[in-house]
Design a protein around this ligand. Sequence first.
Ligand code: NAP
Length: 306
Amino acid sequence: MSDLVIARSNRRLGQSGLTVAPIAYGMWRYAGTDVADATRKVEIALDAGMTLFDTADVYGLDSDMHFGAAEELFGEVLAARPALRDRMVIASKGGIIPGTPYDSSATYLRKACEASLRRLKIDVIDLYQIHRPDMLSHPAEVAETLTALRTEGKIREIGLSNHTSAQIRALQAHLDVPLATQQPEFSAIAVEPVTNGVLDLCMETGMTPLAWSPLAGGRLMLEANEAATPELADVIITLDRLAKERGVSRTAIALAFVLAHPSAPIPIIGSQTPVRIADAMSALDVTLTRADWYAVYEAATGQPLP
Ligand code: NAP
């Protein structure tokens, strides 16, 4: 039985000029601490080898803070320690307005991107992503705004998040540069991208998938008897079996499941606990067989494959 290959080396984001490590650090839960603690987390992620840092203008609201809080905190870290900027690729997102909830119109998107730049205190956002598709913005208008922001040097590369394959294709048709990334939720329990066409499209076009909540926001770390669904319990039991067989952590197996897909997804980890941030890269040392991967997949879907 052949082993699955995990690409361990740094890789390009799509066909872009950006190169990043195979595991990224996510900042959804980053707001709500002081600059010293926030700096420490960034340094731990960098020292572990992560180079892509994923934030968004809306991050902070879920941490009982405010819109922009995560970017503001990251901006303070970067202002206090400018040398850190050279060691990282910064990704942010715009297009969500809580209460609206989406706006990718030309006027709003430009305003959102420029506000992110101000909060982050940087001149250019390396990867700017549309956080969720705005069904009321024509892709030609979105593409025109993103192209203008790129031409003006405010963003380097363009990515999407939570878009369907059809929405990705529609936007790409109006862009004169290839989309670098697409960000779906993908984990050992959220396996829809495997069959909904998104990862296939990434392999067709060369876009890099960035997998959000690769530990299902911590749900994959529960005890099996705490799981809300039989499928989640079954996934946890399967991950633990594989972890025991290899003498590694359940986290390492869960991240390896994401990494092993042939579209070479980059999991964006979200832990705020230093030791867990430092440990995440150990997933790169795990080798899964096809049977291991399919066992997790079948547990997640609750259906044996034919
Ligand atoms: P995650 O890595 O799936 O979950 C992290 C959460 O799991 C943290 O609350 C962490 O708690 C908890 N956890 C519990 N046990 C853990 C263990 N043993 N090891 C590691 N973590 C454990 O990721 P996420 O935070 O949900 O999301 C990651 C990133 O994805 C975000 O920061 C963001 O960049 C991106 N994202 C994007 C979207 C989108 O719409 N594009 C949506 C959601 C997230 P501790 O902090 O206490 O360790």
